[in-house]
Design a protein around this ligand. Structure first.
Ligand SMILES: [Zn+2]
Length: 280
């Protein structure tokens, strides 16, 4: 049984055929954690989790790109982000729902920088809101799903600054989602006790730099995800992604680690179940 630990079936990309996508996913015996990126999508994730108890779960948070209005050029699905304030009481109320298994996705994003305010101002705002998410997670005893994206010119910077904040806050009950930084940085996160999660990016021929990270990361510290509707794996590249395609991520890990796909499936499912305390 596979668990897609990070999908966005709560997003508009599925508004026309969500029932079919869900029935394909659940028909394959899968479980999914739907991740919120702002209040409305967090609410929707919770609603879906309530509807499919024990099969779908939710994470709630305000993604750093939604702290300011900016154009987001995702490869398959570009959109304009809306500016939103992090109202802690609202997120806390939502996060207390039984189906919520994490605070996320939250963190730092230096890739999508708005042009109309100084960079330092936006970075500081992101850090401040991130710390408030950490405090909320601590208060509710929930893990965090971390989002981190650096600029092309400084591929490790956001990751290192995020790690610094987490260390200052003495918080390591978190998974770093869609890992895309260097092996050196991955080692620092692993040493500090974090989990690492991989998406279909590891199946892209131009993502060879991530392969040593997959090879190095111990089996009990990794999880798999799609980040659907984004980042469809190489075999289905260009299509809208969906939880079923997490299989391609598992396959690539099996190939790189030279083990069977069953071993990857079993271990990543066990890791996700323990990490998010999923009641199977
Ligand atoms: Zn995501």
């Amino acid at each position: 049984m596979l668990i897609d630990t990070h999908a966005h079936l709560n997003f508009n990309a599925y508004k026309d055929d969500i029932d079919q996508v869900i029935s394909r996913t659940l028909g394959a015996g899968m479980k999914v954690i739907n991740v919120g990126s702002q209040f409305s999508t967090s609410e929707r994730a919770v609603k879906m989790a309530k509807e499919y108890t024990g099969q779908m779960y939710a994470a709630v948070a305000l993604h750093p790109i939604h702290l300011h209005e900016t154009y987001v050029d995702e490869v398959e699905i570009p959109f304009k982000s809306r500016e939103e304030k992090f109202v802690e009481a609202d997120y806390e109320k939502l996060a207390k729902e039984k189906s919520v298994v994490a605070i996320g996705e939250c963190g730092l994003d230096y890739f999508h920088m708005p042009e109309d305010i100084p960079e330092i101002e936006f970075v500081n705002k992101q850090k401040e809101v991130f710390i408030r998410h950490i405090n909320l997670a601590r208060k509710l005893d929930l893990p965090i799903i971390l989002h981190c994206r650096s600029t092309k010119s400084e591929p490790d910077r956001a990751y290192l600054e995020m790690l610094e904040i987490l260390k200052q806050e003495n918080f390591n009950h978190a998974v770093i989602h869609c890992y895309t930084a260097s092996l050196e940085v991955a080692k620092k996160y692993l040493e500090a006790g974090f989990m690492i999660s991989f998406t279909g990016i590891i199946t892209f021929p131009n993502a060879k730099v991530l392969w040593p990270v997959v090879e190095f990361a111990p089996m009990d510290r990794i999880m798999i995800e799609t980040d659907a509707p984004y980042l469809a794996p190489q075999a289905v590249r260009g299509k809208r992604n969906e939880p079923l395609y997490v299989r391609y991520v598992a396959e690539k890990i099996a190939e790189l680690k030279n083990i069977s796909i069953n071993q990857v499936e079993e271990k990543t499912t066990e890791n996700a179940t323990n990490f998010f305390k999923l009641n199977l």
